[in-house]
Design a protein around this ligand. Structure first.
Ligand code: FPP
Length: 251
């Protein structure tokens, strides 16, 4: 991450237009590696470079929150060697990227069930969250051991513990989701040519604009990321209203 984050509001896109929260399903590392006769782990390492490009790109465009799907609840089913290599990569990446993320004012937050992760990884995650807690330029949310259904269920369980007998209302319920305090997802990008949500931010993406890219994650360029923003800006967001109402509301 070499370019610096916006230092003033002037550098950010017009208020109300740019997505406040972008989420990405970073798919295609394995296929990228396979096409080159490399191991899947080498694909993930190359994927990390694309991750850096995406963090830098969206931080520089005034996006307030970027959530990346790095390890799903279902990814535990992968071969143990791949799971171990991914955990090693996460530890190395947190250590290597932390100074620059701090310098750029990026706050790191991890969502998902982390109890079964190796201790060194849990420790790095907690340290990185504490070290960047006061940063305000952008929140980088890394979903590890995450599933949208898990998130809704853990929120429901905590709600019942705190307010037994109270019927949940959507606004207060959101405070129990792992993404509490973040805006809803405005744009959900998936790379790698598949067109599904795969149990990512199910509640939070209720009104997200979906953008699918054929490029495999390690191949995603700044130009393609730019294209996702252009696509987003051309969409009319109606939130259940008529096109006419939405136009009047957006004016
Ligand atoms: C999905 O591609 C990718 C993953 C499960 C891992 C994603 C991890 C990274 C990009 C590293 C980022 C690191 C941090 C710290 C955020 P796949 O393996 O399912 O690819 P395939 O569909 O081609 O098999």
């Amino acid at each position: 991450m070499s370019a610096s984050a916006p230092q003033s509001a002037d550098a950010a896109p017009a208020a109300g237009r740019a997505p406040a929260h972008v989420a990405i399903i970073m798919d295609g590392n394995g296929r990228w590696a396979h096409a080159r006769g490399l191991s899947r782990s080498e694909g993930h390492r190359e994927g990390l470079k694309a991750t850096r490009r995406a963090v830098e790109f969206f931080a520089n465009r005034g996006v307030r929150a970027l959530t990346l799907f790095a390890f799903s609840s279902e990814n535990w089913q992968r071969p143990q060697s791949e799971v171990d290599a991914l955990f090693d990569l996460f530890v190395t990446a947190i250590e290597a990227e932390l100074p620059e993320l701090s310098e750029k004012g990026i706050r790191l937050r991890f969502i998902g069930e982390r109890a079964d992760f190796p201790q060194p990884l849990q420790q790095r995650m907690a340290e990185a969250e504490a070290a960047t807690a006061e940063n305000e330029v952008m929140t980088l949310v890394v979903a590890l051991g995450y599933g949208g259904r898990w998130d809704i269920l853990q929120a429901a369980q905590r709600w019942l513990r705190d307010s037994p007998g109270d019927a949940p209302d959507p606004e207060r319920f959101e405070d129990y989701l792992s993404t509490a305090g973040l805006p809803p997802v405005d744009m959900l990008i998936r790379t790698g040519g598949e067109q599904r949500i795969s149990n990512f931010l199910l509640w939070q993406s209720a009104y997200a604009e979906l953008v699918f890219l054929d490029a495999l994650w390690p191949d995603v360029t700044e130009q393609e990321l730019s294209g996702t923003l252009e696509t987003y800006l051309k969409r009319q967001r109606r939130f259940g209203r008529t096109p006419h109402q939405a136009e009047a509301g957006n004016a």
